[in-house]
Design a protein around this ligand. Structure first.
Ligand SMILES: Cc1cc2nc3c(=O)[nH]c(=O)nc-3n(C[C@H](O)[C@H](O)[C@H](O)COP(=O)(O)OP(=O)(O)OC[C@H]3O[C@@H](n4cnc5c(N)ncnc54)[C@H](O)[C@@H]3O)c2cc1C
Length: 393
């Protein structure tokens, strides 16, 4: 359906997790708002992802009365982390889910529509800010706009903002290899730092498998064939029988995250919020989406839509900045030879350290005293060298 000439209270560009959550956040705060959710794609649509859904995401969605999204899926309660022959596998504090984004995102969009959002098929190409409104493509007019249009965000570029560091990842779906059932497997690379391969059991006989690495300025990005080769080297057999292979960039968060002020807000990948340690981004997308929707609703209620960005920045900087600083530091440390392995050894020795690492990589965690102590102890403990297999160059 083409967008109408209605003047909307809130227009959300992009109906992924960040966009659907923004609509839900606004409508939960004020069900009378006129909210349009624009997406260039028809739903259900695929999104290249590892499909890992952390339990924290469901906590956030419950706050805006969205429940039952994964009730028909099989929870995964174990996580295996490995690097160069060193392996730690433990039960996680809470189970996660592996839900193809074709399913998960469509359910979220349905929830946003049920809450009162109007879903419209529209690819946004241009954004102009007037004194009392934001105009998209010369015809869609809104008091507040949330840019939730993903990694290549048109809205972010219209604000004159660029991306920071990025990672490149390839994913596919393959029959779960024996020995990887009922577990989320992450195998860190030893040659292309930082990098890892994954196999996330969906619980239906198939796993989401993939490989990703951080790109470095001045060095060519790996070709598709190299991504396959590195995945297979780290997780032998993972690509067998695989299909639906596709690659995508991940805009990584940094310690200097700074949301814009004004009527145009950014959420999720559009705001460059992907965990630099793990590539997780759905939690940030939902958290910032809900916060953006709420900030828009509060600013509209006060008759000050031009202050929506300030409100949003206040809230998100408080809930996110300490975590982003800690993950940025942890990601830097993990590049140093030995630190990542010390982290794995510390996680093998102590469930608390393992749990804290998982939090740091997923959602809100920090470098806790338990992690610092465990890391320090592991770094000071001498390790005998192993005859480890080498990845291809
Ligand atoms: C290979 C890979 C594996 C990953 N694995 C995980 C994982 O296991 N767990 C996890 O939490 N995160 C993972 N991530 C990160 C996660 O996919 C993203 O962080 C998440 O999708 C961000 O949600 P979003 O709503 O911000 O953006 P998106 O999900 O990208 O949604 C953006 C939406 O905007 C629409 N859009 C784009 N441009 C326009 C336009 N101009 N006009 C209108 N609509 C537009 C798109 O069609 C899309 O629907 C992974 C990422 C990759 C690439």
């Amino acid at each position: 359906m083409a967008p109408t000439s209605t003047r909307w209270d809130l227009v959300v560009v992009g109906a992924g997790p960040a966009g659907a959550a923004a609509a839900l956040g606004a409508l939960h705060a004020d069900a009378s708002l006129r909210v349009a959710l624009l997406d260039r794609a028809d739903f259900p649509r695929d999104k290249v992802c590892g499909d890992g859904v952390a339990p924290h995401i469901l906590d956030l969605l419950a706050e805006v009365r969205v429940t039952g999204l994964v009730d028909d899926r099989v929870p995964v309660g174990r996580l295996r982390l490995g690097r160069g022959g060193l392996v730690v596998e433990r039960r996680t504090a809470r189970p996660a889910w592996v839900v193809p984004r074709r399913v998960f995102d469509a359910r979220l969009v349905d929830a946003a529509v049920a809450a009162g959002a109007r879903l419209l098929r529209h690819r946004v190409r241009d954004l102009r800010q007037d004194t009392d409104a934001v105009v998209l493509d010369g015809k869609v007019c809104a008091a507040v706009v949330v840019g939730a249009d993903g990694d290549h965000s048109v809205v972010r570029r219209a604000l004159g903002r660029s991306r920071g560091p990025v990672a490149l990842a390839l994913r596919g779906y393959a029959p779960v290899a024996s020995g990887r059932r009922g577990v989320q497997v992450i195998e860190f690379g030893t040659r292309h730092q930082p990098s890892y391969a994954w196999s996330f059991d969906r619980g239906d006989g198939h796993a989401n498998v993939g490989y990703g690495e951080v790109l470095h300025a001045g060095r060519p990005a790996p070709a598709r064939a190299q991504l396959f080769e590195r995945l297979e080297a780290l997780l032998p057999g993972a690509t067998e029988g695989g299909r639906d292979w596709a690659g995508h960039l991940l805009p990584l968060s940094t310690a200097r995250w700074r949301p814009p002020a004004g009527r145009v807000l950014l959420a999720g990948d559009a705001a460059c919020l992907v965990n630099p340690l793990t590539g997780e981004g759905i939690h940030y997308a939902v958290a910032t989406g809900i916060a953006a929707g709420r900030a828009a609703a509060a600013a509209l209620r006060d008759g000050r839509p031009e202050r929506a960005g300030e409100r949003y920045a206040r809230v998100t900087r408080r809930i996110l900045l300490p975590h982003l600083r800690h993950t940025a530091l942890a990601a830097r440390l993990a590049r140093t030879a030995g630190v990542l392995e010390a982290g794995l050894r510390a996680s093998a020795a102590d469930q608390r350290v393992f749990d804290d690492f998982v939090e740091l990589g997923l959602a809100r965690g920090r470098l806790t005293p338990a992690v610092a102590f465990g890391l320090g102890r592991a770094l000071l403990t001498p390790v005998r060298p192993t005859g480890r297999p080498q990845e291809p160059a």
